[in-house]
Write a protein that binds this ligand. Structure first.
Ligand SMILES: Cc1cc2nc3c(=O)[nH]c(=O)nc-3n(C[C@H](O)[C@H](O)[C@H](O)COP(=O)(O)OP(=O)(O)OC[C@H]3O[C@@H](n4cnc5c(N)ncnc54)[C@H](O)[C@@H]3O)c2cc1C
Length: 330
């Protein structure tokens, strides 16, 4: 088989690379080992312009956000599906300090940050402080997006469900050989497996573990994302994503009893309405040590690229940096 590109990995990064290759009418094949627990599969798909405890504005927000929104809409139009939804984060401050920080940042960012009437939320939540609102957020239906791209690639015979074996790569001049495939380019979107990747394992990564509960909550509006100690994010009818942890130090990539019981205790105190835990998942976020996405071509093997290190912002960094990478392709 001869193709223009081999893409390794079909998480958010590999799916976006695939989309831009489709746009450019390139021939390509994607190899993914289809693991059940990956960063992309456990993502809430939140696009929040003001992140972290300090409500820091996302770098390059005026570029990456509009780019991502347009890109999800375009893929949506192509597949006749909606992948991206405008929303807001209702910030039910968990401490006096977070309330004070929000109010301070609100002065500088009045468009993104505003104050809400707390009585609107008292029926559902235990509220101890004021209530803020982060405007201009989006939620991406990551599952639908990944499944749609996967289904399309399968229908076109462009997806190989297998583990890519790094030791089988042969690069001769401008040609890349992998088993029976001959390609002009090879792009790695292999997430945390990059440590096993002999071409890219020198990049320093500082991955973090994220754990999440899937919880059924009836009678809670799915129009918003709710923030307190954790986030409560609508996924589909009555099903909410609750999390996530962000641990730099972890011994396994498996769900922990500690997160489960700590989050359950918080839900018992915070939610005034009944809920039922349906699932508990964990995975590792591929995060570069400098917390910037890695989107580049190899200095020696010019036709070998990488898109990785999406950290906590894969839903909106992946489309922008995938497009950049394909544009720079030789
Ligand atoms: C709990 C949690 C919540 C998150 N919430 C958000 C959020 O709300 N908003 C946001 O923007 N970001 C969020 N993120 C971060 C976001 O999910 C990641 O940045 C993004 O998914 C990374 O995508 P990726 O494609 O680079 O990596 P991955 O999702 O890890 O994908 C890598 C893919 O490569 C495949 N692969 C790896 N090695 C091989 C191999 N050798 N052969 C074949 N296939 C291989 C894997 O099977 C996988 O499909 C969250 C992450 C976690 C863990």
């Amino acid at each position: 088989m001869q193709v223009d590109y081999i893409v390794v990995g079909q998480g958010l990064s590999g799916s976006w690379v695939s989309w831009f290759l489709m746009q450019q009418k390139k021939s390509f094949v994607v190899i993914d080992k289809n693991e059940s627990q990956t960063a992309s599969k456990n993502s809430a798909g939140i696009m929040n312009p003001m992140t972290g405890k300090r409500y820091a504005k996302v770098p390059l927000i005026d570029t990456v956000f509009p780019f991502a929104v347009k890109a999800y809409q375009e893929v949506g139009t192509f597949f006749n599906r909606q992948f991206i939804f405008p929303t807001a984060v209702i910030d039910l401050f968990s401490s006096k300090e977070s309330e004070a920080l929000f109010l301070k940042r609100k002065v500088a960012e009045p468009t993104y940050l505003s104050i809400e009437e707390r009585t609107n939320y008292q029926k559902h939540f235990t509220i101890e402080h004021a209530v803020g609102k982060i405007n201009d957020c989006y939620r991406v239906d990551v599952h639908l997006f990944l499944n749609t791209i996967q289904g399309y690639l399968k229908s076109q015979n462009q997806l190989l469900e297998a583990a890519f074996e790094y030791e089988q790569i042969e690069i001769v001049g401008d040609q890349i050989m992998y088993k029976n495939i001959v390609a002009k380019h090879l792009i790695f979107c292999d997430g945390i497996s990059v440590v096993d990747n002999p071409l890219w394992n020198k990049i320093p990564f500082a991955n973090t573990k994220g754990e999440v509960l899937l919880v059924e909550i009836k009678n809670l509006s799915a129009d918003f994302i709710y923030k307190n100690k954790h986030l409560i994010v609508p996924l589909k009818e009555n099903l909410f994503w609750v999390g996530a942890s962000n641990s730099w130090q972890y011994e396994t990539d498996k769900p922990s009893a500690e997160f489960y019981f700590e989050t359950k205790k918080w839900l018992d105190e915070f939610l005034k309405i009944p809920y039922q835990i349906k699932a508990h998942h964990a995975s590792i976020r591929p995060t570069a040590a400098n917390r910037m996405p890695v989107s580049t071509w190899h200095t020696i093997y010019k036709n070998v690229g990488i898109l990785n290190g999406m950290g906590t912002k894969g839903s909106f960094h992946a489309p922008y940096y995938a497009a950049q990478l394909i544009q720079q392709s030789n």
